[in-house]
Design a binder for this molecule. Structure first.
Ligand code: ADP
Ligand code: ZN
Ligand code: ZN
Length: 747
C-alpha cells in the first residue's frame, strides 16, 4: 500500500466504524478542532460522527498519524465529536483492540460489540444522579392525621417520612399513581430533587449485611493462598457444594473493604437467581448486574456505575468482561468450564480467556472456579500458569453421593427406565424425598419413523431429524425452527404404523405420570421455562421440600442447590462417547458430574444412578469412581496423542453456502493459501476442508478447515496473513465464512 505523506502536517485519524470490513477509515480532524487554536488530539476510544458513503455513522477513534494511504485531498472531515473524553480507559481500550486482533474479527465490529448498545447508537451515558422524591418543609411538618381522607397520599407521605428519599424507580415498582404524586406536589408537600452522584459512593458505606461463614480448613487455605496483590490466576477446583462461592464471597470482601471493585462472571443469570441473591444478601454495598434482559438504558446505567467506581461488585454474563471498572481489584469466573463464555457467532471471543488477559494487563488476581474445570485450565495448572486450589469435601452435614451404574445393554427398558431405576425412585419417594431425572434432549421423541418403509422425519433444510413435540403437537427442527404438523400416516407409503423412536423430556414426563400418578412431575427445559415465572414456580415447589420428580435437560445442571433431592438419575450417559467432536467426552463428563452433584446436598445421603451401555468404558468408569481429575487424565491421553487442544492451538475456518461447491472451493483455496504462507511442518498441521458435523443447516452446506499449531505466535501470524489474502478472494463475497480461534464447538 502506498503511504501518502501529509505535507500540511495535519493529524489524520484512524477510525473504526461498525462494518464487517477488516480495516480502519481515515478522516481529518473536525473543523471545530482545526479552527481553534488549541492543539487538542482526540484520544483512542473517543466516539465521533463520521460521514460514510451517504450515511453518517458513529465511529471510534483508534489512533492517529500524519500519513494516510489515501490522498489527503480526498479525505473527509470528522463531522463532530461525541465524547469530550474517551469513555473507556486506555488500558481497557487496548484490550478491546488486542481481542479483535487475536480473534481475527473485524475491528469495528469488535469495538462496537464491546460497548453498551446505547453508546453504539451515539447516545450519552445516563447520568448517575438519581431523581428522588423528598418531603418539603410543609411535608415534614404535616401530621399524618391530616391526610386521613386520602389513604394513598397518607401512605406515600408516611413512607417518605421513614425513608427520606425515594427514587423514581422505587415509585414505579410500588405502583404509586402519577395523580397522587401530582396532587401532593400541588399541595407543596413533596418535591422532586436530585441526589448528587457521590452521595452513594460505595467506599463510604461498606458493610456486610450478613456474617460470613467460618471457613473450614481447606477453604481457609485456599483463601490464604489467593494473593490480592498483582497478577495471579487461580483455579478453584471443588465439587458442587464444596464451598467455592463462600471463598469467592470472602475474597471479594477483602477487595471491597480495601476500596476496590470485583467483577464476577457467571454463565447465565436467569437460571441461577440463587447465586445472585447470595451476593446481594452478603454485601450491603451497591452491586450492579449486567445481563441480557436489561433495557439499553438500564445496561448503560449499570455500566456507568461500574466505570465511575460506584458499584462495588459487578455481576454479569459473557459480555460483562468488557465493562470498565475504575478500581478493579479482582475478577472471578464462576463455572469456568461453561461453554456460554465463548461467543459462538460473529465475534467469537472467550470471556474466560479474555478475563485472564485482562487480569494480567491490570495486574490483579483472577479466580476461575468449577467443580468440573476445563481440560485447558487443568493443563494450565500443570504448566504452572495457574495455581490450583482444591476443595475436596462438602462442609459439615452433606456427604458425597453414592454412585450406582446400571448396565442397560441387557435390561428391558420401559420408555428409557430400567427396573433398577424404577425401584430406586419408589424408595426415595416413599421416604418423602425428591428425585431428579436428567436427559439432555427436549421434546417428546427425537425421531418419528415408519415401521413399514423405514421413512424418517428429516428436516428438509438441515442434516438432522425433526423432533416430535406434543405440547403443542408438531414436528420441529431444533436448528432452523422448521415446523410441520405430526403426520398421522407415513408421507412416503401411507402406512399408519408410525413409531416414536427414543426419548425426550416430554415423553419421560408422560411415562413418569403413568408410573407415579400421585406425585408432582416438574419438567425443566427450554420449552417449559420460556417465561421467567415458570422457572420461579418450579424452583419454589422444589424448595418447599414436597416430594416430587424433576425431569430436565442441562438447565438443571447449572448452579442450583436442591437440598431435598436425594436421587439423581442419568438416563443415558453414552451421548458423548463416540462423537466425532473431540470435546464431546469432556462435555459429557462435566454434565454428568454437575448433574450428579445436585444429589444429597442437604443433610441426607444422596445417590446417583447412571444408565449406560458401556459401564466398563474407561471414561464412564472413571466418572463412576467420582474422580473428575482421573477422568480428565484419562481423556487427555487421547487428546495428547492426537495433538489436539490443549496440546496444540487450534483455529477453524468455517464456510457455508447454498451451493455445495462454493463453500468447499473457498476452503480449498484457504488451505492452499495457508500452505503457501506456512508449509505444514512439525509444528503446524492442516486438516480438511471436511464437511461440518452437521453438513447442512438452514439450507446451507457447511465445511470446516482446521489448523493445529504448537506455537501460538505462529498460528496468529498465519491467520493474520491468511485473512488478508482470502478477504479479497472473489468466492469470499458469495459465501458466509468465519474464523474461530480456540473453538469450543466444532459442530
Ligand atoms: P459451591 O459454590 O462450591 O457449590 P457453596 O459455597 O454454595 O458451594 O456451598 C455449599 C453450601 O455449603 C452452601 O449452603 C453454603 O452456605 C454452605 N457452606 C459453604 N461454606 C461453608 C462453611 N465454611 N461452613 C458452613 N457452611 C458452608
Ligand atoms: Zn412408510
Ligand atoms: Zn432444520
Amino acid at each position: 500500500m502506498k503511504m501518502m505523506i501529509n505535507t500540511d502536517d495535519q493529524t489524520i485519524y484512524h477510525v473504526a466504524v461498525p462494518s464487517p470490513l477488516r480495516r480502519l477509515f481515515d478522516y481529518l480532524a473536525p473543523e471545530q478542532l482545526q479552527n481553534s487554536s488549541c492543539n487538542k488530539i482526540l484520544q483512542p476510544g473517543t466516539r465521533v460522527l463520521v460521514p460514510f458513503g451517504k450515511r453518517v455513522l458513529v465511529g471510534i477513534i483508534v489512533g492517529n498519524s500524519k500519513t494516510s494511504s489515501i490522498p489527503i485531498s480526498r479525505l473527509k472531515f470528522i463531522k463532530s465529536i461525541i465524547d469530550t473524553e474517551p469513555l473507556i480507559p486506555r488500558h481497557l481500550f487496548d484490550l478491546y483492540i488486542w481481542a479483535a486482533k487475536y480473534y481475527h474479527n473485524p475491528i469495528g465490529d469488535s469495538l462496537f460489540q464491546s460497548i453498551p448498545n446505547l453508546l453504539r447508537k451515539g447516545k450519552e451515558l445516563p447520568s448517575l444522579e438519581t431523581q428522588c422524591w423528598m418531603l418539603t418543609k410543609k411535608g415534614i411538618e404535616v401530621p399524618l392525621t391530616d391526610l386521613s381522607r386520602s389513604p394513598k397520599k397518607r401512605e406515600f407521605i408516611s413512607w417518605l417520612k421513614e425513608k427520606k428519599a425515594i427514587t423514581i424507580e422505587e415509585v414505579k415498582q410500588k405502583k404509586i399513581s402519577p395523580s397522587t404524586l401530582k396532587k401532593l406536589t400541588e399541595e407543596k408537600l413533596i418535591l422532586l430533587s436530585s441526589l448528587p452522584e457521590n452521595s452513594y459512593h460505595f467506599k463510604d458505606k461498606i458493610s456486610l449485611a450478613e456474617k460470613p461463614q467460618n471457613l473450614y480448613p481447606e477453604q481457609q487455605k485456599a483463601l490464604k493462598n489467593i494473593s490480592m496483590e498483582g497478577f495471579n490466576a487461580y483455579l478453584l477446583f471443588g465439587e458442587t457444594g464444596s464451598g467455592k462461592t463462600e471463598v469467592y464471597l470472602q475474597a471479594i470482601e477483602k477487595i471491597v473493604f480495601s476500596g476496590k471493585q470485583a467483577l464476577v462472571l457467571i454463565p447465565e443469570i436467569s437460571l441461577t437467581p440463587q447465586t445472585l441473591s447470595r451476593f446481594e444478601n452478603r454485601f450491603d454495598t451497591p452491586i450492579v448486574v449486567l445481563h441480557s434482559k436489561l433495557t439499553d438504558k438500564e445496561r448503560a446505567f449499570a455500566w456507568n456505575m461500574a466505570r465511575m467506581g460506584k458499584a462495588s461488585i459487578v455481576i454479569g454474563t459473557r459480555s460483562a468482561i468488557f465493562t470498565p471498572l475504575k478500581f478493579l481489584g479482582l475478577i472471578i469466573i464462576d463455572e469456568e468450564h461453561d461453554s456460554s463464555y465463548k461467543q459462538q457467532e460473529g465475534y467469537r471471543y472467550s470471556a474466560r480467556d479474555l478475563g485472564v488477559i485482562r487480569a494480567q494487563k491490570e495486574s490483579i488476581p483472577i479466580i476461575l472456579g468449577s467443580a468440573t474445570p476445563s481440560m485447558e485450565s487443568l493443563n494450565n495448572c500443570i504448566e504452572n500458569r495457574y495455581t490450583k486450589l482444591i476443595l475436596s469435601c462438602r462442609p459439615e452435614k452433606s456427604s458425597r453421593p453414592n454412585w450406582l451404574p446400571v448396565n442397560i445393554r441387557k435390561s428391558q427398558l420401559i420408555n428409557g427406565f430400567s427396573q433398577e431405576l424404577i425401584e430406586s425412585i419408589k424408595k426415595v419417594l416413599f421416604e418423602g424425598d425428591q428425585v431428579l431425572i436428567f436427559l439432555n434432549r427436549r421434546g417428546y421423541s427425537p425421531t418419528l419413523s415408519c415401521y413399514d418403509c423405514g421413512w424418517i422425519s428429516n428436516c428438509p433444510n438441515c442434516e438432522v431429524r425433526l423432533t416430535v413435540h406434543k405440547k403443542p403437537s408438531r414436528l420441529l427442527c431444533h436448528h432452523c425452527e422448521y415446523t410441520i404438523k405430526v403426520p398421522s400416516i407415513c408421507p412416503s407409503c401411507n402406512s399408519s404404523q408410525l413409531e416414536f423412536i427414543g426419548q425426550g423430556t416430554e415423553r419421560i414426563e408422560d411415562t413418569l405420570k403413568v408410573l407415579f400418578p400421585k406425585i408432582p412431575i416438574l419438567r425443566v427445559d427450554r420449552d417449559t421455562t420460556r417465561n421467567k415465572t415458570a422457572i420461579k414456580d418450579v424452583l419454589s415447589t422444589i424448595h418447599s421440600g414436597e416430594s416430587c420428580i424433576l425431569v430436565g435437560t442441562q438447565m438443571l445442571a447449572k448452579g442450583h442447590h436442591f437440598p431435598n433431592v436425594t436421587l439423581v438419575a442419568i438416563l443415558d450417559a453414552d451421548g458423548g462417547l463416540f462423537s466425532p467432536d473431540f470435546r464431546a467426552p469432556e462435555k459429557m463428563g462435566q454434565l454428568i458430574t454437575q448433574v450428579a452433584g445436585r444429589s444429597g446436598r442437604g443433610e441426607k445421603q444422596g445417590s446417583v444412578i447412571i444408565q449406560s451401555n458401556y459401564c466398563d468404558h474407561p471414561f464412564i468408569s472413571s466418572l463412576i469412581f467420582q474422580d473428575y481429575q482421573n477422568f480428565i487424565d484419562e481423556i487427555s491421553k487421547e487428546r495428547e496423542l492426537s495433538s489436539l487442544p490443549p496440546f496444540s492451538h487450534m483455529a477453524l475456518v468455517r464456510a457455508e453456502s447454498t451451493s455445495n461447491e462454493d463453500a468447499l472451493n473457498f476452503l480449498k483455496y484457504c488451505r492452499k493459501q495457508a500452505e503457501n504462507i506456512l508449509p505444514p511442518n512439525k509444528i503446524i498441521t492442516y486438516l480438511g476442508p471436511l464437511p461440518a458435523l452437521m453438513e447442512k443447516r438452514n439450507g446451507r452446506f457447511r465445511y470446516i478447515f482446521s489448523i493445529y499449531c504448537k506455537d501460538r505466535k505462529q498460528i496468529q501470524k498465519l491467520l493474520e496473513k491468511l485473512c488478508q489474502r482470502v478477504d479479497t478472494a472473489p468466492l469470499a463475497k458469495r459465501i458466509r465464512w468465519s474464523i474461530d480461534v480456540d473453538p469450543q464447538d466444532i459442530s
